[in-house]
Design a protein around this ligand. Sequence first.
Ligand code: SF4
Length: 413
Amino acid sequence: MTATIGDAEAAVPTAWGTARLLAGTRAGRLDLARHRDVHDVPRRSERGSLADALDAVGLLGRGGAAFPVATKLLGTRAGSGTYVVVNGSEGEPASHKDRALMRLAPHLVLDGALAVARSLRTRKVDLVVQDRAAHASLAAAVRERRDARGVRLVHHDHGFVGGEVRAVTRALSGGPALPPGRRVLPTVHGVDGRPTFASNVETFAQIALLLSLGVDEYAGVGAADEPGTTLLTLLGDVPHPGVVEVPTGLPLSALVGERPGPVLVGGYHGTWLADPGELTVSRPTLRSAGAPLNAGVLARLPHDTCALGEVATVAHWLADQSVGQCGPCFFGLPALAITLDQLAVGRVATEAARQRARLLVGRGACAHPDGAAAFVASALTVLDREIAVHRRHGHCGRPLLGVLPTGGGPVTR
Ligand code: SF4
């Protein structure tokens, strides 16, 4: 079965095995009363003891960078001027797990955000959301509880790069939603120049679970190197498309199917693997294998679409996301996408595209060009047979189905 992102979005998010983040959501959104039936109130925790618990379960950020959350918390100065930013911008069109969580379990996200704020002795909590339904769900949740009166809910629709955490903190400070041209750490210089603990919505929900379950119960499921569960978006020719919550340690093949063939791990800043083999869902394991999980997108292309065309379409979309601050990214990404078009009609060899991708690495102020280069370079490797057919015939004979979504808007070609 081939699933588009529309099918994936329409599918009810489901938990495989232990439901934690999605517990109680089969019947729909959890209001505060139903939330409290399902989840205990998180234990109050000082910053040091919260960091110890986070360290004990090795919690990594669930947005993309997979940074150790305990380290980030200890690196953020506590005080009333400190900000907590919950990043729910989810600008990648292939990912739907964050909006599913915010729509269905908004109080779990709020529990985590407020617990982190208390541990940092601040009331400044900013929730940044792009999706309208997720925004409405969180707005209703904020109205339902007295302890969320200080929460600021911000609609943030600034695309993929604009959802990068430093672009978000810059926008919240009244600036443009662009990553700054120099390396700055939000923990030191974040919103309004203040120390800021910023992370993805799922990270905060995981913190809430940790504080209500305790370390031992939290770590009672999942892989030894990253215990617990995680949210994923499954897309394309997979047995069960849509958003799923799974225990870490599950084989990738259980999620994307057993048949041989390329699999995309980590979405549009991710990596194509020729075959998932014995790999499992674990951020440390996948990072070691050179295929970071990033925001948790796993995709497999069906046989009846032009795979090279799918990759070129995403490359054009990635080029459109560049905000033009850095020349190598602004000029290099469109050049790479055009080279893929030429590859598809057999006008250039693979090495020309490889060379274009190599020129992008390490050349931007943010991770966008590196991520785009990884996506394209790995595709060039795993699609070698398809590319050979294009080189010989100028096409592969298959239509371009648009299995990899680009948000419905125009893509510059
Ligand atoms: S690397 Fe690209 S996306 Fe990132 S800041 Fe520079 S121009 Fe913008």
